[in-house]
Each structure stands twice: as structure tokens, then as C-alpha cells.
Ligand binder design. Sequence first.
Ligand code: ATP
Ligand code: MG
Length: 510
Amino acid sequence: MLARVTTFAIHGVESRRVTVEVDLRAGLPAFTIVGLGDRAVREARERVRAAVLNSGFEFPARRITVNLAPAYLRKEGPGFDLAIACGLLAASGQLPPEPLERTGVYGELALGGELRPCRGALAVAEGACDLGLGALVLPQVLVEEAALVGDLEVHGAGDLVEVAAIVRGERPGTRPAPGGVGAGGATVAGGPDLADVRGHREPLRALVVAAAGGHNLLLAGPPGTGKTMLARRLPSILPPLTRQEAVEVTRIQSVAGLRLAGGLAPERPCRAPHHTISASGLVGGGSVPSPGEATLAHHGVLFLDELAEFTRPALEALRQPLEDGRVAIVRGQRTAVYPSRFMLVASTNPCPCGHFGSRRCRCTDGDVQRYRRRLSGPLLDRIDLLVDVGRPAPEDFAGGPVARSADERERVAAARERAAARLAGTGLACNAQMDAATARRTVVLDDRGATVLRRAYDRGTLSPRGHDRVLRVARTIADLAASETVTAEHLLEALSFRQDAEGNRDEDVA
Ligand SMILES: Nc1ncnc2c1ncn2[C@@H]1O[C@H](COP(=O)(O)OP(=O)(O)OP(=O)(O)O)[C@@H](O)[C@H]1O
Ligand SMILES: [Mg+2]
């Protein structure tokens, strides 16, 4: 007797159909699983056997062969348990086989027959929907996530007995109302607030400009001046996720195993990996490809504290996600693609001891140069805003806050709306994503603005690359001022954000 059940394997952040074929024959009792499964798949035999028996079903004393097709696709993890168990029950006449041909099943089994959640429920539900399957059965805790996919009847079950009842049609499925499960658009509640920062008028302004345009930002300065403090407050002023963005973030977090229950991700991710992280930890990889920090920060912030301490290979690996907004990982004949469009925020000291320029600095010239050389290269090219974070003045600590997150968040949202309206149809979401041609086309300078820019360029104080960066940042500053034209004032402010970690203006860096 042969039975077929549809389930899914996770590949990148998507799912691929896997057909579980179960064949029962007369012969010495045996239980074999073939089809390029990893160790967790091979161990499914023990879980399935115990779960079937402990749920009151009969375990067929036959020669059992399970094939996971297609055979060329590598199968990882315990998510195939439920499909194997259902196939076994159908092949042995304990479940009707027809409904299983129209239903996807996905979940891990405990020895007692209970269902355990596994990674990637949203991707699996999307796969089931694309295949035109009528329904999907999975662990109860994953229902909210799977139901984010509109056109699919999602059945949650607590254990194998409940799954059998659903397959036999004894229990109706639950189809949540469309859009009823978390419609997205939540704002970040709580979290650290900009109001905690004293002084730092210019760095705070840079933070707002970065948030409004999605620009990458580097904060440079001596130890203890609040660089980390500033960076950690950036998510508090970013606009809320759109529904589409929230779905993408949820899909990634689910595939990475960061969320095994609940609906839409409520807020933009902020990832702050330690500087000892490897290149594959940062951009993803491993023999079983898994998403890296760059992907976990998709639609959010990737914060690299103490940038110069990261290894060169790790920083080099960031080049692709920064350029393309995605990471492609090739393993054998397969390529897994992970989206990774994030805002990069980095902090650094100006020299190894951090006190460069003051009498306290103990570094030799060689030390300083070696330290700075680590920062140069592909990364700095991608940073639009370079900001010096000096020591706040003593009177700053006596004064009140310079900015509050709630106010700035509103201004950022308004500026982003202006930019989005202008960029509608281009596929770009914010000013930082504009290439040189788009920047030159969409940035309308007034006469004085054009003069300021030409002078800066003529003086040789601005490279061609710097020229385009300044245009992008100036565009964002004008958006914050609700101005369609970019004036000399906006350009001058944009030029002021060109100070790099070494105190050089753009001309020396480029
Ligand atoms: N401008 C400021 N306003 C209020 N508190 C501040 C400010 N600057 C620093 N602090 C206080 O000092 C602490 C240390 O700041 P932070 O860790 O952000 O410094 P840093 O610049 O990242 O230093 P390092 O270079 O050593 O990493 C903060 O947690 C905060 O309490
Ligand atoms: Mg710090």
C-alpha cells in the first residue's frame, strides 16, 4: 500500500514542496527513510514510531520505506515528522488517503504524539498557498503566523490524534479573517529614548537625517561620549513597518527560529553583533545555509559597534548586502538568497586608545595609521553621514533634552512620505537607495544651491562620488524641511556631514 503526503522543506527564506511517499510491504519489519535527509530526518523514525504508538494507533509490523521527493533536494530538520506519521497512518488504512492529497502538513512530533513548532511556518503557508493546496495542518502555536497568508485554510492541532480528526473531516478548520491578524503598522513602544542624550546637537541631527533618508551612518569619537547610546536610540525614530515589510521580517525571523509563535513582527529589527563575529555569522552561510545578521537586520538597523575591531573578511563580506540588498549563498548546486536591506550604523574611536588629538593619547603614528586603514575600503564608500561625536559641554548636562523620540519620529515619517511619493514607481523606498542618475534627476537645486555645489566641486573639495552623496543627503534634509527644491542651506548642512573618522573632509577620503 502506498500513500502520499505533501509537506515542505525550507530553502533560504522560502519553502519548497516535498512529497512524502510511504510504502508498506510484507517482509521483515523495517523502517527506512531515503531522500537526502540530514540526521534530524533520520531520527524522525524513532519519534514517529513512539508518537504513533502513544497516540493509540497501530504501528504496522511491515517493511516500511519512506521517500522524501524530490531526492536531489537536501532535507533538514524535524519538520517532516508529521507528514511521515500521516503517510504511515494512511498507508496502513488508519487514515483516509484522499484528504491528505489536498492538504499540506508540517510539524515536529514529540514522543507522546504532541506537535512541536518548527521554523518557517509563514514560508510554508506561502508555499501551500502557491501550490493551490486547500488547507494546511500544523502545530496550534504556528496558526497565527501561517494565517498571515490570505487564501489558505489553516488548521492548528495539538497532537497527532487531533491531526487525524482534522484529516477525517471531524474538526472544521479555522480560517482567520483576512488582515485580522496584526495588520502591521505598530510603532516601537518603550525602548530607549533620544531624550536621555545630553548635548550632541549635531549627532542627534545626523541621526534624524539618517532615519529620514535611510542613510548609513558612522559615529566617531573618544570613549564614553555616547556613540553607542546614540546608535541604540535610532530604532526609536524609525517609521513603523508597513504590512509588506512586517511580513518579510516575520518570514526571516521565523526561518531563523527567532520566533516560533505569534503573528506579524511588531517592530523593525535592530541587530548589534559583537565584533568577534565571523564573516558567515554576519552575512549568513554554514554547511546548512542559515541567515546572518545582515538578513536578520532586513528593514531595520545593523549596528556595528567598534567598527575597526571587526575582522577584515567580515567587513568585506558586507559589500554584497550593502550593494544589492541581498546575500546569495551557494552550496553545491543550490543558491539560497537572503534579503538584507538594512541601515548600517557604525561607531569607532579615532585611534586604538580613543583619545586621538588630546594629550592623553598614547598611540604612535603607526598605531593610528594601522587602525584607520582597517576602516577604509568598501565600507566607508557606502556611508553617507560621517559624524564626529565629541565630549558634551558641562552645561549640556544641566540642560534639558535636545530632542525627544516621539517628535522626531513624526518628522522622520513625514520626510519619508515625501520621499516615497517622489520615488513612487522606481522601486526605491528611500533617498539613500537612489543611484547617481536618480539622485541627479530627482534633486532640484535652486540657483544658490547649484552655485554652492559647483563651488565645492570646483574647489576640488568634493569628489564625483562625494558629489552624489551630498545630493542624496541634501535631498533628505530638504524633505525634513518639507521643501521640494533643495536650497543652498540644505546643501551646506549636507556638506557638513562629510567629516570622516579621521577628521578629513570628503575631498581627502575619496
Ligand atoms: N551625551 C550624553 N548624554 C547623556 N549621557 C551620556 C552622554 N554621553 C555619554 N553618556 C553616558 O555615558 C555612558 C557611556 O556612553 P557610550 O557607551 O554610549 O559611549 P561610547 O561613545 O560608545 O564609548 P566607547 O567608545 O567606549 O564605546 C552612557 O551609557 C551614558 O550613561
Ligand atoms: Mg561604545
